[in-house]
Ligand binder design. Structure first.
Ligand code: DNO
Length: 348
């Protein structure tokens, strides 16, 4: 396992100098953020990003994410151009030493929360999701808390997009994913890039949109759409965890045993009701997931890919990008590294 940390580039309040000082963090996960979704990332931008990271003594082998254009998810005739661009990105990334590419296939909205600054008992703030609040929200009116969303849509653009999705069923989305993967995995095979789909967060439909990457069964269907070792997953415990039916250690053993987990997002959540949860601190005691069992499953399957701590709370007065401050994620990385060290020693 290689412990990594997500960095949003020069606009990130958290600096590479700070990340470098977190014990045991040796790699950066990043992306090119100023190119519109669906376009080709200029090679010089990729090279400059890699150089900056490596100049800080950190490695850069995982991209999160190369986003998938909505026309691909909707299966529009224009999708082929965007798929060609996607393949071009993979070729370019592989030339600069990238080994893993994370992406998602969530229609319109990436990860979604009902509040970004909910105050927990200890005075820290966290992101939370309450189904009853989300049900009352109208995304077109801009009432959503969308930390990870492409906010470039106008109100009209968003309304049109949501209307277009009314015609698209879960099965349509599966077909569109298959069409995408057939072309993209062929290139991934050619250039040795491991594709790692991120599960839908939360793992159920929101605003009536189809969502399919939500469970063990669906991950299994995904890896069989195109049967290549490069067609794999990002196992995100915090995205899958809000559904108590998702047995995360079992999924790690199953997909890790098949060599299909290419990237691990490891964080805890606390289930607070039906389809409701808070993003807790990483420790098992603070949330609903057993983090030792999760790390043990990774250890048992010999996971040797990149892992990162995931969303942190805001603590010690820190302000910044929701979920992506420095302090709590650094504590998370250290906690996970501690469990890993203990597992390593016990297995010798
Ligand atoms: C949230 C992230 C997601 C993830 C994308 C992958 O914090 O895990 O936004 O990067 O879904 O494409």
């Amino acid at each position: 396992m290689q412990m990594t940390f997500r960095w949003y580039g020069d606009d990130d309040k958290v600096t590479l100098d700070q990340i470098k000082q977190i014990p045991g963090v040796t790699g950066i996960v990043s992306a090119i953020y100023d190119v519109p979704v669906g376009e080709v990332w200029p090679m010089e931008k990729i090279i400059a990003l890699k150089k900056k990271i490596e100049d800080h003594g950190l490695s850069f082998e995982t991209v999160e994410s190369v986003p998938v254009h909505e026309d691909i998810k909707m299966g529009l005739p224009t999708r082929d151009r965007y798929i060609d661009n996607y393949c071009e990105n993979l070729r370019n990334l592989s030339k600069t030493g990238i080994k893993v590419v994370c992406y998602n296939f969530m229609p319109v909205f990436d990860w979604t929360r009902s509040q970004l600054d909910y105050e927990l008992e200890d005075g820290s703030t966290a992101l939370i999701y309450r189904q009853e609040t989300v049900e009352k929200m109208d995304p077109v009116k801009g009432e959503l808390s969308l930390p990870g969303w492409d906010s470039s849509y106008t109100k009209e653009g968003l309304r049109d997009l949501l209307n277009q999705y009314k015609e698209i069923s879960e099965e349509d989305l599966w077909n569109n994913l298959k069409y995408f993967l057939k072309k993209v995995i062929a290139v991934a095979d050619e250039v040795s890039i491991k594709m790692a789909i991120h599960p839908d967060d939360p793992p159920w439909s929101i605003f009536g949109l189809p969502r399919i990457i939500t469970s063990k069964e669906n991950f299994d269907r995904l890896i069989n759409l195109v049967d290549s070792p490069n067609n794999g997953i990002t196992l995100c415990s915090g995205s899958l965890g809000p559904n108590p039916k998702n047995d995360i250690p079992d999924m790690i053993r199953y997909f890790g045993g098949k060599g299909r987990i290419h990237f691990a997002h490891t964080r805890n959540i606390k289930i607070t009701g039906n389809k409701s949860f808070e993003e807790s601190a990483h420790r098992s005691e603070d949330g609903s997931l057993d983090m030792v069992e999760i790390m043990k499953a990774y250890h048992d399957v010999g996971f040797d890919g990149p892992m990162r701590p995931d969303h942190g709370r805001m603590i010690w007065g820190e302000t910044g990008r929701p979920g992506y401050g420095l302090y709590d994620r650094a504590l998370g990385a250290t906690y996970l590294n501690g469990i890993w060290e203990s597992l390593e020693k016990q297995s010798k």
